[in-house]
Design a protein around this ligand. Structure first.
Ligand code: 13P
Ligand code: SF4
Length: 326
């Protein structure tokens, strides 16, 4: 195995260098749809958070280079403790995970004895360790259908509201939100719809109700991609992080894709955490096998149980190839 010092210059042909390092380090590169397009193109697999968790466990390689945010890579490490899991940038966090610190969450849970604790995968290992089952945006409805009330749901209140509406139920909800999905402007979206009268609005369930009610279709990142590809529609206004547009354009080059507009106070609908990762940092991570994700064993074992439960509860299901119509 060639060992390069981390101060070695970054190669001009970064893509070629990353492909070479993948072989040398016996590494698989997994990337979320919100990664910059170059990273998606160099990855071995691009997916939503559930697909990435599944793909991580199937990996034969001894190293997983995880291009996403911290909780996603942490989930890969929890499921694959024997593998080295590296990330381009250890500081790539998530507003939902950061807004639900485990000590506060534990204190809050004391108010709800006898409730099943269902947590969205966008949370820390320590919060997962306090949970009974984990869900992702593509599996939340399927899993919650199988869990009787009373339920505590954390940490995304918008996803909770979406599933509550779909199932006609009420959960006790931790009031977290995603900084990206809560920025879409209803007023600007209505204006954009008037400019594109034939376009269908499609949205991620982390968006607020005022955006979701305008959407003809709501689903996870993968579900939105599949919907655009399979739908007879020619034009879509996409209300989620703009990284997904890269795969949509590749899969459906003939379709018109318009990014939903954020409000005045925000100039973009990109996830600042996801975009901390760069090709240069991915190269360095593969080169030095660092930074690596570590999870204390006690937490890992407790966090693994509700993730395993999610994987079991969704194992036989081809998860909504076209998501859920609103
Ligand atoms: P997905 O489960 O759709 O990949 O969503 C993850 C996420 O962080 C969306 O903001
Ligand atoms: Fe977290 Fe939102 Fe970024 Fe997804 S888009 S990783 S929920 S901050």
């Amino acid at each position: 195995m060639t060992s390069l010092s981390s101060s070695a210059p970054i190669p001009v042909d970064l893509e070629g260098a990353i492909q070479r390092l993948k072989k040398e380090r016996n590494a698989v590169v997994l990337a979320h749809y919100y990664q910059e397009s170059e990273i998606q193109d160099v990855a071995d697999f691009v997916g939503d958070s559930l697909e990435l968790a599944r793909r991580g466990t199937a990996a034969k390689e001894t190293v997983i280079a995880f291009c996403g945010v911290h909780f996603m890579a942490e989930t890969a490490k929890i499921l694959n403790p024997e593998k080295t899991v590296v990330v381009p940038d250890l500081e790539a966090g998530c507003s939902l995970a950061d807004g639900c610190p485990a000590p506060l969450f534990a204190e809050w849970l004391e108010r709800y004895p006898g409730h099943t604790v269902v947590s969205y995968v966008n949370c820390s290992a320590a919060v997962k360790a306090l949970s009974d089952v984990i869900v992702t945006s593509s599996s939340a409805e399927v899993i919650l259908k199988q869990i009787p009330d009373p339920v505590v749901f954390a940490p995304d209140r918008n996803l909770a509201a979406w599933v509550e509406k779909r199932l006609g139920r009420k959960f006790v909800v931790w009031p977290g939100t995603c900084v990206v999905h809560e920025t879409f402007s209803e007023r600007k979206l209505v204006e954009l719809m008037a400019l594109h009268p034939d376009a269908e609005v499609i949205a991620h369930p982390e968006c607020e109700e005022r955006i979701l009610k305008l959407a003809g279709y709501v689903g996870s990142t993968s579900a939105l991609l599949k919907y655009v590809t399979a739908s007879a529609g020619r034009s879509f206004i996409v209300a989620t992080e703009e990284g997904i547009l890269h795969q949509m354009r590749r899969a459906a080059p003939d379709k018109e894709l318009v990014a939903a507009p954020p409000d005045e106070s925000c100039s973009c609908n990109t996830c600042p955490h996801m975009k901390r990762n760069t090709m240069e940092k991915l190269y360095r991570a593969l080169e030095g096998l660092s930074p690596a994700i570590e999870v204390p064993e006690k937490i890992r074992l407790r966090a693994k149980k509700p993730i395993d439960r999610m994987l079991e509860m969704t194992a036989g299901l081809a998860l909504e190839p076209t998501g859920n119509r609103s």
